[in-house]
Design a protein around this ligand. Structure first.
Ligand code: MTE
Length: 331
């Protein structure tokens, strides 16, 4: 996020000092070749894929592979961002406000044991251990664009399942209209919690129909591995048609409410970060245009900016959620 500094000007994103290492792309290419070859049928099995991943895993974290997603729009043909870029150019303000801070500092995050509390207007509230959440539905790989409100984007192969699977299990009551997502806020392991940038914990929210949309992902992994801490381990939200800040990391609570949740960025700067925050090239941020974006990994003197797409390119899947709404007012 860009935040107003107390002095002049703003804190701007720093350029990533990253060398490209497209291991993930190589692995995918190899898998495609294997799948097309004589031994394709056997080798293309997920077990074989796992075995290969052991050799070429991008971040050397535990493998977490899933079957290909069947959800419409969940796979883009665009080249995935290099793992190194995706895991070292992050916003995770609990660990600092510089893009390089989360990768440097998030090793202190303690992800075991981990549980997510389901609260509020549901028939089946309770504490769900991470292990049980992982087993709740089949893991899928989904390659989503992530467009940050600051004007950069990435393409990330996430692993997880639709949040709707969890929501159906906990049986929301008839008056549950919103879902609130609360991130971990432990000052002992998250050095920036306690700073006055945000009112901690980091809270986000969705309307129930947005939360139930099959694109909304509860993610446990990326690039065939468990999430690195800096990307929101061990479990986070990914809402690909909204600006990146809606995708809350390291979730500890999911609460079902009747009223629209008060979200962290909305509380910090109401005029700048609305509740909906749908990616929309026609509605500028009060301080900058949202018409174009810079794809991380495509930097360079002559790199062209990309046009930002309505709903980040997921219009066919989600536009109907907003029929009749004024998206300039409900930004
Ligand atoms: N979640 C928490 N808890 N804290 C944060 O600071 N930053 C958000 C979002 N989720 C943030 C968060 C923002 S601004 C973005 S762009 C995405 O995480 C970045 O996700 P990534 O690091 O996986 O690219």
């Amino acid at each position: 996020m860009l935040i107003k500094s107390s002095g002049t000007g703003f804190i701007h994103p720093v350029s990533s000092e990253i060398t490209s290492r497209p291991i993930y792309e190589d692995r995918r290419q190899l898998l495609r070749l294997m799948a097309g070859g004589a031994a394709g049928a056997a080798l293309a099995s997920w077990a074989a894929r796992d075995a290969l991943a052991q050799v070429q895993r991008p971040g050397k974290l535990a493998a977490l592979t899933g079957g290909k997603s069947g959800v419409a729009g969940a796979v883009t043909m665009e080249k995935s961002t290099d793992y190194k870029d995706a895991s070292t150019y992050n916003n995770f303000y609990e660990f600092g406000t510089d893009k390089s801070d989360p990768a440097k500092n998030a090793h202190t995050l303690k992800t075991t044991p981990w549980a997510v509390e389901i609260e509020g207007l549901v028939k089946k509230p309770g504490k769900y251990a991470l292990e049980d959440l992982l087993k709740l539905s089949a893991q899928e790989e989904r390659i989503y664009r992530l467009r940050c409100v600051e004007g950069w984007s990435m393409v990330i192969p996430w692993v997880g399942y639709s949040l709707s699977e969890l929501i159906k299990r906990v049986e929301p009551l008839g008056n549950a209209r919103y879902v609130e997502f609360v991130s971990q806020a432990d000052p002992k392991t998250m050095p920036f919690v306690g700073s006055n940038v945000l009112d901690w914990p980091y809270v986000e929210g969705l309307r129930m129909d947005e939360a139930m949309n099959p694109l909304t992902l509860l993610a446990f992994g990326m690039y065939g591995e468990v999430l690195p801490n800096q990307n929101g381990a061990p479990v986070r939200l990914v809402v690909p048609w909204k600006y990146g800040f809606k995708s809350a990391k390291s979730l500890v609570k999911i609460r079902f409410t009747e009223k629209e949740p008060a979200t962290a960025w909305n509380k910090a700067a109401r005029q700048e970060y609305g509740f909906y925050s749908n990616v929309n090239p026609n509605v500028d941020h009060p301080r900058w245009s949202q018409a174009t974006e810079r794809r991380i990994g495509e930097d360079g003197l002559f790199a062209k900016k990309r046009k930002t797409l309505m709903f980040n390119g997921y219009e066919a899947q989600v536009a109907q959620l907003y029929t009749g709404m004024d998206l300039k007012k409900n930004f």
